[in-house]
Design a protein around this ligand. Structure first.
Ligand code: PLP
Length: 391
């Protein structure tokens, strides 16, 4: 099999051919600046607003509650820093230990970055990656400006109880932000019914291109822009709009709404087939993360006593793309902060692999991975001193 078997969709997704087709005219004929006074520019402005309406439709927002950004990371930074500037007397942020670095690194370094004596509480999670709501409530103080908690975890797919968490923050008059980069397009979201103030989206996680994101800002929420410049996005984000990518994201959201059922039935069945058969066929393999409170496309499995990197390199020889929970590639032998926060033992965390599927995966691809994995793990274990000791 020469074709790439792509099971790394939580890292990035392929641009859907229909998305690409929708974008192409904006690289050629439709090159006007949406802020221009002429009819040609105005036409581009209308395309942006059509895209805005499609994105709003997917998440139950009003179109003018959406601010286009360059990526999920920018959306996350904008929400958190905005809250801290809007409420300068409040010096506290609550988040979790399992956030994506876009939130975790910002919150961990918030004191140095703002120079304003801010502090952050990073909530722990249980062995299944779930949050303790009582502990969450206890962490909120009169000083808390904002809570920032991801909707679904990029490594394990674990879904947090965002509706309950947002309601608790709202009761205390605290702003609530959710990094929904992995959730949007994979699960139904209706912001009209939820007391969420900010929500982040990233285009490249749902078959739109890289370099475009959205920050949802609930109407009436105090907001301080991150990118200061022109009057684009009603003064909420300076910079000429990335027109082609915005149009692409609009199309991707329209497709995601149409495919939500497929994502939650066929993709989930493929994920379950892969997960259940790997766990059955390979001894000393363990699922990381809650069995049911999880995205339909993600499975994270530890194969004890082998290195995740070694598994990935061997899978790569078959053109199978997945990712590993250890970070040797970044020069560190530390396993992922998510698995460490969940208390996954060292020997298991090092051998963790995440497979993240999409609507483009097939049963044939899953079966190919199922055929290759058991002998691959057995051969790596045959060379592992840890496995020898274990036996
Ligand atoms: N948040 C989560 C949960 C993610 O998975 C990612 C990307 O992996 C990001 C934020 C960052 O998004 P972007 O790559 O668009 O900056």
């Amino acid at each position: 099999m020469n074709k790439v078997i792509y099971m790394d969709n939580n890292a990035t997704t392929r641009v859907d051919p229909e998305v690409l087709e929708a974008m192409l005219p904006y690289f050629s004929d439709n090159y006007g600046n949406p802020s221009s006074m002429h009819t040609f520019g105005g036409m581009i402005g209308r395309s942006i607003n059509e895209a805005r309406a499609k994105i709003a439709g997917l998440i139950g927002a009003q179109p003018d509650e959406l601010v286009f950004t360059s990526c999920g990371t920018e959306s996350d930074s904008t929400a958190i820093l905005s809250a801290l500037q809007a409420f300068p007397e409040k010096r506290h942020v609550v988040t979790t230990r399992v956030e994506h670095p876009a939130v975790k690194n910002l919150c961990e370094n918030i004191d140095t970055l703002t120079g304003h004596k801010h502090k952050a509480t990073l909530l722990p999670v249980g062995n299944d990656g779930a949050i303790d709501l009582a502990l969450y409530e206890e962490s909120l103080t009169d000083e808390t400006a904002i809570v920032s908690v991801m909707w679904a975890n990029n490594e394990t797919g674990v879904i947090f109880p965002i509706a309950e968490m947002a309601a608790i923050a709202k009761e205390r008059g605290i702003l609530f932000h959710t990094d929904a980069v992995q959730a949007v397009g994979k699960m139904p979201i209706n912001l009209a019914e939820l007391p969420i103030d900010f929500l982040s989206i990233s285009g490249h996680k749902l078959h739109a291109p890289k370099g475009v994101g959205v920050l949802y800002v609930r109407k009436g929420t105090p907001f301080v822009p991150f990118m200061i410049g022109g009057h684009q996005e009603k003064g909420r984000r300076g910079g000429t709009e990335n027109t082609a990518s915005i149009v692409g994201l609009g199309k991707a959201c329209e497709l995601a709404a149409e495919r939500m059922d497929d994502e939650n039935s066929r993709v989930k069945e493929l994920r379950d087939r892969l997960e259940n058969r790997l766990l059955e066929a390979i001894p000393n393999s363990l699922l990381n993360g809650h069995k049911t409170q999880r995205l339909p496309n993600t499975t994270n499995i530890s194969f004890e006593y082998v290195e995740g990197e070694a598994i990935l390199l061997h899978l790569d020889r078959y053109n199978i793309c997945a990712s590993s929970g250890s970070a040797c590639t970044s020069g560190s032998l530390e396993p992922s902060h998510v698995l460490r926060a969940m208390g996954v033992p060292f020997t298991a965390a090092h051998g963790s692999i995440r497979f993240s599927l999409s609507v483009f995966n097939t049963e044939k691809e899953v079966d190919f991975v199922l055929e290759k994995m058991p002998p691959l793990i057995a051969s790596l274990r045959a060379m592992s001193p840890f496995w020898d000791e274990k036996k």
